[in-house]
Design a protein around this ligand. Structure first.
Ligand code: T1G
Length: 699
């Protein structure tokens, strides 16, 4: 099989071209090809060598799929040392994104040129890793400790021009990169430029204050994560150890992270996110409908955020409300959100204005006659939604996709009121809709394949991560959340406090404790949603005795100044007050619940294993296509710690036998009503299999 690396001589310049689509990762054949080309260049008549890539990007990193497999020589750090030791100047020519090992390849080269649109970065930390091929030793020598700490611990790519300012890119090339790189090589040869080796630069000045400050920042920003702290160790080592020892120090830290559970979790999420968009019977060649204009029904918080998503992607949006007042309020929210985006540096003022101008308000359904997609985002009431879909069925052109943003309602019953159920789908955004990346794409019984394919690719276009869900109460995420919330409320009744529950879950890794999440979302949302539910859909009545009591006394959560906690109107500082305490105690007394000490480990296991058990039921019923889809939903939609991989991955990592054992303990203590083990869990434990090995029928 031909090597993915070509080497040729153009006059007295060697050109090494890497071609390993789609993103030129440094798989073993690529590393071998680079080594062969580098050795050939040492012996030929070349006076300098350009390293360049075919396709859409420079090398995007090591091949993550190879991690965990027996390593094959040449190992990347050794290969890069060989590149750096070259007797002839090595010149990296960058386009697209030079990331991870790809950027380390550039750093081991003696010179670096790039087109202005290129980006460079070391995103290893986002995989629970750190640069393992010299990045933590070469970058500090080029930029100093502080800039290196920011670049490596954030994992965020920077522009070629920013990299030039930092001194890690030497030349910005206008026009064709290959031509520009050859001209730059010519210039270097003509001026007798030496092989400039980063490893031979003086060690950066130690900066213990900067290191200490980053350690503190990272404690908060990456709570519970190991890799960020190890990055500081390695960068610090660059100022205290000679290069070879620093490289060894980095290698040991990298290998320790690579074989640890946190990187396994983050790498799982990386691939799970991409797998989620795969639907059996649908692929990139499947027919799709053309979406050139969109309408959103409802200009509330959700509707406004949804409209922004499409405007941000350059699509004109008609935003419909029932009155000019409601429309005006909705458009004001959008203007405020864009102003916030400008203030946070997410966009320029001009970009904000251009996007805002793509959103046109209307109160007339006739204005929706020509749109290609409508997203209904009104209040969670089935009959209201059905009325709207009847009107849309009359007004919208044939072939328009009619989507509902419902969080819970039965999309089949919404589709049933139209004459075009094949055009109806659920697009469940998460609040705040213009920020949260998750999008549950709810496939109803009659949703056409091209409608589903269109919505999956449209989700990516608007920067969302699509996960396909079947129709059930709460789809994937909210159905699991109901069990998680149930256990939180029962722990509260039994003696835990909102603080002990929130602290336990946040220390375990959840972005926010459940009590604060409920207060933030508004206790009245659940209260109103429950009014229209059957007892079976409502679940354990004990689980909402407290929130119902709080709502009925006007404590709706943060928006009313008090819920489980009271909130300072200025600082939003929250405290657990006596009113809330007495509501809880009264509820427990009325239910005959004996109060006791509920420790953190019991809280964590009850809430997380409730999530896991329901997630496994969801997989078994085919509501989710695969277990990793459940992980994507909970990591991107509900703040589950990505370094634990998501509920399903965490269950596998814990051991399904251990999970089953603990659930059976809870069944003994709390009853089978809430704690019947998922049949699939029992089956997998019996067969000694993992969730990861389970493929949903027809997926
Ligand atoms: N390894 C293996 N496969 C990868 C990959 C990687 N590093 N990066 C992407 N892919 C696959 C991806 O799964 C998908 O596959 C296809 O390529 C297109 O990706 C030693 C240890 C480069 C910005 O973390 O950020 O180097 O779904 O859909 O949206 O110090 O891919 O088509 O089958 O994401 O245009 C460090 C990870 C690795 C970069 C392009 N590098 N990749 O985004 O396409 S560790 C990274 C990305 C490392 C060294 C360390 C993005 C992208 P499929 P895509 P995209």
């Amino acid at each position: 099989m031909s090597s993915p690396v070509r080497y040729e001589l153009i006059g007295d310049i060697g050109v090494m071209s890497i071609n390993n689509p789609p993103v030129n990762v440094l798989s073993h054949p690529v590393r071998q090809g680079i080594q062969d080309a580098c050795r050939e260049a040492q012996a030929d008549s070349s006076k300098a060598v350009v390293i360049i890539c075919d396709g859409r990007t420079f090398v995007a990193g090591a091949d993550i799929k190879e991690f965990g497999q027996p390593p094959k020589k040449p190992f990347l750090p050794d290969l890069l040392n060989e590149i750096e030791a070259s007797s002839k100047p090595m010149i990296a020519a960058i386009h697209g994104s030079a990331l991870g090992g790809g950027f380390e390849l550039c750093l081991a080269s003696h010179y670096r040129c790039a087109v202005a649109t290129a980006k460079v970065g070391l995103p290893e930390v986002k995989l629970g890793l750190l640069p393992g091929a010299g990045g933590t030793q070469r970058v500090p020598r080029l930029t100093g400790i502080t800039a290196a700490l920011e670049l490596i611990s954030s994992g965020n790519p920077i522009s070629a021009t920013s990299a030039e300012t930092l001194g890690i890119v030497d030349r910005i090339v206008d026009g064709d990169l290959r031509e520009g790189a050859l001209a730059y090589a010519r210039e270097l040869i003509d001026r007798g430029a030496a092989c400039r080796r980063s490893s031979e630069l003086p060690a950066p000045d130690a900066n213990p204050a900067s290191c200490a400050e980053f350690r503190q920042q990272l404690e908060k920003r990456a709570r519970g994560q190991i890799a960020p702290q190890r990055i500081v160790d390695c960068v610090e080592a660059a100022s205290t150890l000679p290069f070879p020892e620093g490289l060894q120090f980095e290698r040991e830290a990298f290998l320790s992270l690579m074989t640890g559970p946190q990187s396994a979790g983050l790498r799982h999420v990386f691939f799970a996110e991409r797998d989620a968009a795969r639907v059996s019977g649908i692929d990139k060649t499947s027919p799709q409908r053309d979406i050139k204009s969109v309408a959103v029904i409802g200009a509330g918080t959700m509707g406004g955020g949804i409209a922004m998503n499409f405007a941000n992607a350059g699509l004109p949006v008609k935003l419909l409300e029932v009155s000019d007042d409601a429309l005006g309020r909705g458009l004001e929210i959008i203007v405020r959100n864009y102003a916030g985006g400008v203030k946070r540096g997410k966009m320029t003022q001009d970009e904000a204005i251009a996007r805002r101008d793509l959103i046109q308000g209307t109160t007339d359904y006739a204005a929706l006659a020509d749109v290609d997609l409508v997203v209904e985002a009104v209040y969670e009431n089935l009959s209201l939604k059905q009325d709207i879909f009847e009107r849309l069925d009359d007004v919208c052109k044939p072939g328009a996709i009619l989507a509902t943003n419902t969080s819970y309602q039965d999309v089949n019953r919404i589709a049933a009121v139209t004459r075009r159920p094949q055009d109806v789908i659920g697009l469940h955004f998460f609040s705040p809709a213009h920020i949260m990346k998750l999008l549950e794409v709810v496939r109803a019984a009659e949703t056409a394949d091209d409608v589903l394919a269109t919505c999956i690719s449209l989700a990516k276009k608007i920067g969302k991560i699509p996960v396909v869900a079947g129709v059930c109460y709460g789809f994937i995420g909210n159905r699991m959340l109901q069990k998680y919330a149930r256990e939180a409320q029962l722990c509260l009744l039994e003696g835990a406090t909102p603080e002990t529950i929130d602290t336990a879950m946040q220390q375990w890794g959840m972005a926010m404790g459940p009590m604060r999440v409920f207060d933030l979302a508004g206790l009245d949302i659940g209260y109103k949603a429950r009014q229209g539910l059957s007892p079976e859909e409502r679940g354990d009545p004990r689980a909402y005795r407290i929130p119902d009591a709080l709502v009925e006394m006007g404590r709706l959560g943060q928006k009313s100044g008090a819920g489980f906690y009271t909130y300072d109107p200025d600082t939003r500082a929250y405290t657990f007050d006596d009113v809330s305490k007495s509501v809880i105690e009264r509820a427990a007394a009325s239910l005959g619940v004996e109060r006791r000490e509920v420790d953190a480990s019991e809280i964590v296991d009850r809430l997380i294993y409730a999530l896991i058990n329901e997630g496994i039921n969801i997989v078994e019923e085919g509501i989710a296509q695969r277990p990793s889809d459940v992980d994507v939903v909970y990591v991107y939609g509900y703040g589950f710690p990505a370094h634990r991989g998501g509920p399903m991955h965490y269950a596998d990592a814990t051991g399904l036998d251990r999970v089953l054992e603990r659930i059976c303990e809870f069944r003994e203590r709390f009853g089978a009503e809430n704690w019947t083990p998922a049949p699939l869990l029992e089956q997998l434990v019996k067969e000694k299999r993992s969730l990861d090995s389970f493929v949903v029928k027809g997926a």
